[in-house]
Design a protein around this ligand. Structure first.
Ligand SMILES: C[S@@+](CC[C@H](N)C(=O)[O-])C[C@H]1O[C@@H](n2cnc3c(N)ncnc32)[C@H](O)[C@@H]1O
Length: 269
């Protein structure tokens, strides 16, 4: 007779029972404190948006728009006649977006089931989110909603880990993280035959923030949002210690956080 299977240990979970090593739980973690996300997460460089958005785009979708960091940039850049629409699965994130950008239409939905009609937009933008999608399903849906000749623009802000304190900050954030870190961006999303080849662009910039905001920023990362409370607090205390002791941070009211923005664009055939 086979031996009975011993009971499996339950993995430690964070608030709302979310598992820090589950891709799905991490993807759904951001609405834990959408207002803080909206306050401290970085924007995107204008040059990157100008490079991604096709000239004369009339209808633009910000997919996985969250609290509207990228949406705001798109609204700034496009002509008055352009309509920007935001889609995200999180009602809390979209509520923040609607409060900041009341002129933008918002829809709850996912990249795998975009709640827009066929060939209805000239551009789809995705900021800091393609890695949360089922890539094949998202590519098919984006191809469906784009007009022929339209553009998909995907981008990520990565902290520039060549700077010592930034590397140390990143190491604290990802200690024990089995889903990240990503040591630099690969070639961009795989999109299949509906798109021309993916072009890549890199944009360097810095975000000046109060030194104390590093702790808050750390707290908006999906890993920390899903860690059990005691572990989350340990990481945040390590960030405080870094800010208090690193020679490039200690005693400074503001810090320049350097970013490399990796951008990818592809034309719908
Ligand atoms: C890191 S946030 C990025 C938000 C925003 N684009 C920005 O740049 O700040 C990731 C966003 O992806 C959304 N998300 C997660 N899974 C998704 C999916 N399958 N389809 C669409 N959005 C998704 C989350 O709700 C969250 O708002």
């Amino acid at each position: 007779m086979p031996a009975p299977t011993p009971p499996q240990p339950t993995p430690p979970t964070g608030p709302s029972g979310r598992d820090p090593h589950s891709h799905a739980d991490r993807a759904a973690s951001f609405d834990r404190d959408a207002a803080v996300y909206a306050q401290v997460r970085p924007t995107y460089p204008r040059e990157a948006l100008a490079w991604l958005l096709p000239a004369g785009a009339r209808d633009v979708l910000d997919l996985a728009a969250g609290t509207g960091k990228l949406t705001e940039r798109a609204v700034d850049l496009v002509d008055n006649g352009t309509h920007v629409v935001a889609v995200d699965p999180s009602a809390a994130m979209l509520a923040e977006l609607a409060a900041r950008l009341p002129g933008v239409a918002t829809h709850r939905g996912t990249a795998e089931a975009i709640p827009l009609g066929d060939a209805s937009v000239d551009a789809v933008l995705v900021g800091q989110a393609w890695h949360w999608f089922d890539g094949d399903a998202a590519a098919a849906e984006v191809a469906r909603v784009l007009r022929p000749g339209g553009t998909l623009g995907v981008l990520w802000n990565d902290r520039d880990g060549d700077v010592d304190w930034v590397a140390r900050f990143g190491a604290i954030l990802h200690q024990g993280d089995r889903l990240e870190p990503d040591p630099g961006r690969p070639d961009g999303p795989e999109l299949g035959a509906a798109f021309d080849g993916v072009e890549a662009g890199t944009f360097r910039w810095t975000d000046r923030i109060p030194a104390g905001a590093l702790r808050t920023l750390a707290g908006t990362r999906s890993y920390l949002l899903t860690l059990p409370e005691a572990e989350r607090e340990e990481r945040l205390a390590e960030v405080d210690a870094l800010v208090a002791t690193h020679p490039d941070l200690a005693g400074r009211p503001d810090v320049d956080l350097p970013y490399v923005t990796y951008a990818y664009r592809a034309r719908r055939r």
